[in-house]
Design a protein around this ligand. Structure first.
Ligand code: TXA
Ligand code: MG
Length: 341
């Protein structure tokens, strides 16, 4: 299959938007820009189309997909009930980088929810994404558009690198602004719970819902056989081919650590570190700005492979605000290997 890339900079490009929507309506897959990361879209109501998403990504069958809508009202029909808490969250953070899990209605095929009785719903902020969903006239199931296990793609080139020959069309809508995926919040169960930190911070969720749990899998490694709330959390994730090890400690200790290393190694550090770095390096944002880190973390992880080193030592980011999402991705890319200095 030949993979075509079309550039869409504005929603006034009606022909191009229609082209992408037509592929989706006909059961095809499209790489779609969103404000978080690029998605691999399929008609969520078309079982065969959804099955082909799992094939294209090499994704395990038991990891459910997020269903994307273009207007809030489209949620009715997809879920059994919309509780007050969901309305409040949506009012504040939709359109935006947040996904809400609710009890699914029968219209959602079980391949989408991987057999669960719940469904994840997201209303993205990206204008082009919403225009394509609106034009397609159906909800769009979309995981991140990377090969399963690899860092998520934050531009069309990264989607192409993973999906070339596997899907017919990629819409190039530029670089993603947020750079990490949406925050996944489940409203099924006694208390709201954050299953994956993302573009909306835990503090922002708590501001609306009050007491909210954070799933222990966010910062901890889960045993292979342990039951998890979000199946995606038990898989190897976001990993470049090169081994990543995180080094936790202050700036000077990190530099000392690097100085004492031998062999073929590199650094994954902050932009304001580079004057002190004597080995090959890639940067992921500025040390004091977790938004710049989230925007750059996935492309930095992909670039790590081009350093041609055996191991990359990464600096530990902040844990609060957007930093939690960055740390969550970095820990997984390093298979939770952290050296304390
Ligand atoms: O920002 C995003 O959320 C991006 C863009 C494309 O919208 N999408 C995305 O999808 O990150 P994906 O498939 O890479 O991650 C979805 C996560 C997985 O960890 C999955 O296990 C979880 O959401 N998930 C989906 N449906 C779920 C459900 N019903 N219950 C629990 N977890 C669910
Ligand atoms: Mg993903």
């Amino acid at each position: 299959m030949k993979t075509q890339i079309i550039k869409i900079n504005s929603t006034i490009q009606k022909d191009e938007i229609k082209k992408a929507a037509d592929v989706l309506k006909n059961g095809g897959l499209v790489g779609i820009p969103t404000e978080t990361v690029y998605g691999l879209g399929a008609n969520a109501l078309d079982e065969e189309a959804v099955k082909s998403v799992f094939v294209a990504k090499g994704r395990p069958q038991d990891n459910p997909l997020i269903v994307h809508i273009s207007e809030f009202d489209e949620i009715y029909g997809l879920v059994k009930e919309v509780p007050e808490s969901a309305k409040k969250l949506a009012e504040k953070y939709w359109p935006g980088p947040m996904t809400i899990i609710l009890k699914k209605s029968d219209i959602i095929p079980s391949v989408v929810s991987a057999g669960l009785d719940t469904v994840a719903i997201r209303l993205p902020e990206h204008e082009i994404a919403r225009a394509i969903i609106r034009q397609a006239g159906v909800p769009i199931a979309a995981p991140s558009a990377n090969l399963s296990g690899s860092p998520s793609p934050t531009n069309a080139k990264c989607v192409y690198d993973d999906m070339n020959g596997r899907i017919p069309l990629i819409v190039d809508g530029g670089e993603c602004n947020v750079g990490v995926e949406s925050t996944v919040v489940t409203l099924v169960g006694d208390k709201p719970k954050i299953l994956r930190p993302g573009g909306v911070t835990p503090e922002q969720i708590i501001e609306v819902l009050g007491e909210t749990e954070i799933d222990k899998a966010v910062l901890n490694q889960i045993d292979k056989d342990e039951k998890v709330s979000s199946p995606g959390m038990k898989y190897k994730h976001y990993a470049p081919k090169t081994k990543i090890i995180i080094v936790r400690g202050d700036r000077e200790k990190y530099f000392d650590f690097l100085k004492n290393q031998t062999g073929n190694f590199g650094a994954l550090c902050f932009e304001d570190d580079v004057d002190e770095i004597k080995c090959k390096f890639v940067t992921y944002g500025i040390s004091t700005n977790s938004f710049s880190q989230s925007k750059n973390i996935f492309s930095a992880l992909r670039k790590a492979d081009s350093l041609g080193v055996d191991v990359v030592y990464a600096r530990y980011p902040y844990e609060d605000g957007m930093g939690l999402a960055v740390l969550n991705r970095l820990l997984r890319s390093a298979a939770f290997e952290v050296i304390e200095v």
